[in-house]
Design a protein around this ligand. Structure first.
Ligand code: SF4
Ligand code: SF4
Length: 444
């Protein structure tokens, strides 16, 4: 059977899924947790605690500051030590709440005693609006890396109609296996989360899209969904960036999202499988989003794995859990090798956006020297958005931003396929990102 896939471009990097099939390991609680206030792609949340105040596990410490914003909750019981700027993994200063966790044991017990899960009858009685409000109040954001507040995604604009929910289980980035791990471990909870999304957006059917290189995850869901006719598992061709929102919609429905449009313009609502799991936890177990599974991996790591991590735990704690930083380390990346970002600080906190920590040896960290463009057009044929990367880079060098805008640069996914295929090792994506930043500053 022909596997479903998107239309244009794409690449086949080595999957390097070193941690596939490994169980989830819980990372212990650090003595200090650092919670950034900018945990979503929207407006940073507004701090509602003060130094010296004690907080419970699951307590909101910062509220949403706008419609496109998400609250932040403490994953631990403890005392607010400071509210200050800390460096994020890329070295930028971010406002954060620092919590000391000394009194954790007693406080966690107290809080857990207060939390009684909702029964199925109680969940069934929730209205779509009540589900969306819970998702918003529990600080849920897209866990595929975008951190778009899920409340906003589930609030379908007036006049639009969601026909299908697509759960993104593609996990097309090399090395990452956090989604595969939860798909194999919690199919029941992910499907329950999917049904909550379907109810919230009033969509009659759903599809779980999984790349063909995760046969265990596909088999797990197919077994679990046997006899079910409103949720289907779709096996996707292994091809990067299959997990891009627009690529996934194209693969599953055959429809294109119009330029500048939303997935719902193609009748779809797309959420990551990890987001569906977080929705399940929020609605059934009343748990805010305070932890996630992170793949910590790399060819030289002694104990790579999939770790359940409390948000706010430092990256260095994660690397220690995976056996410590190897001597020959050349680069540490937040996320996967294609769309991830190099880290400059390992004392930075884990955020809701971080799905992986990739430790690369020096031999895999350098860049090849850049050579002149030979006009081979490989970057054009590799681009899943049908753009002209070589042209956009040339214009970006010349700072001709209005012209790059006309080449639809804002549709660029920043997937990196163009840089990956270029035989001249031209830093296409670097210049495209720069152009996008400059265009956003232009007068409208
Ligand atoms: S980074 Fe942008 S321009 Fe390059 S291949 Fe991806 S979508 Fe196309
Ligand atoms: S792939 Fe590289 S060498 Fe080929 S056209 Fe694009 S920029 Fe030029």
């Amino acid at each position: 059977m022909k596997l479903k896939s998107f239309g244009k471009g794409g690449i086949h990097p080595n999957p390097s899924k070193l941690t596939s099939g490994m169980p989830i390991i819980e990372v212990g609680v650090s003595s200090e947790i650092r919670l950034e206030l900018a945990e979503s792609i929207g407006v940073p949340s507004r701090c509602i605690v003060r130094p010296g105040q004690t907080v419970s596990a699951g307590e909101m410490i910062a509220e949403a500051a706008a419609f496109v914003s998400a609250p932040v909750h403490s994953p631990v019981a403890g005392t607010v030590k400071r509210i200050e700027k800390v460096r994020d993994p890329q070295g930028f200063w971010r406002e954060a709440v620092i919590i000391a966790t000394e009194h954790i044991e007693t406080a966690v017990d107290e809080v857990e005693a207060e939390l009684s899960p909702r029964t199925q009858e109680e969940v069934d009685a929730l209205t779509p609006k009540e589900i969306i409000d819970i998702v918003g109040d529990m600080g849920i954001v897209g866990l595929g890396g975008a951190t778009f507040p899920t409340r906003v995604k589930l609030s379908i604009p007036e006049g639009k109609k969601a026909e299908i929910v697509i759960l993104n289980g593609a996990e097309c980035e090399p090395y990452l296996t956090c989604d595969e791990t939860i798909m194999c471990g919690y199919p029941d909870r992910i499907v329950a989360g999917c049904r909550l999304i379907m109810k919230a957006v009033d969509a009659p059917k759903a599809v779980i899209g999984i790349e063909a290189n995760k046969p265990q995850a596909i088999a797990t869901f197919r077994r679990y969904l046997k006899g079910c006719d409103d949720i289907e598992v779709v096996k996707l061709r292994t091809r990067y960036p299959q997990g891009g929102e627009k690529q996934l919609i194209k693969a599953v429905t055959g429809r294109e999202v119009p330029e500048g449009g939303l997935p719902v313009d193609a009748g779809a609502v797309v959420d990551n499988v990890a987001t569906a799991l977080a929705i399940y936890e929020a609605v059934y177990n009343r748990k805010p989003l305070t932890q996630r599974v992170v793949t910590v991996t790399g060819p030289l790591l002694r104990k790579p794995g999939n770790f359940m991590v409390k948000i706010g735990t430092t990256i260095s704690t994660l690397i220690e859990a995976a056996g410590g930083l190897p001597e020959d380390t050349g680069k540490v990346i937040a996320g996967g090798p294609m769309m991830g970002k190099a880290m400059s600080r390992l004392d930075a906190p884990t955020t809701k956006a971080i799905s992986g920590v990739l430790v690369l040896p020096k031999s895999m960290s350098g860049r090849h020297p850049e050579e002149p463009c030979i006009r081979c057009a490989k970057c054009v044929s590799g681009c899943p958005m049908g753009l002209e990367p070589y042209q956009m880079m040339n214009l970006s060098i010349m700072k001709r931003f209005e012209e790059i805008k006309d080449l639809h640069v804002l549709s660029c996914l920043e997937c990196g396929c163009c840089s990956y295929v270029c035989p001249s090792h031209r830093p296409l994506l670097d210049y495209i990102r720069y152009a996008k930043q400059e265009i956003r500053k232009l007068p409208k």
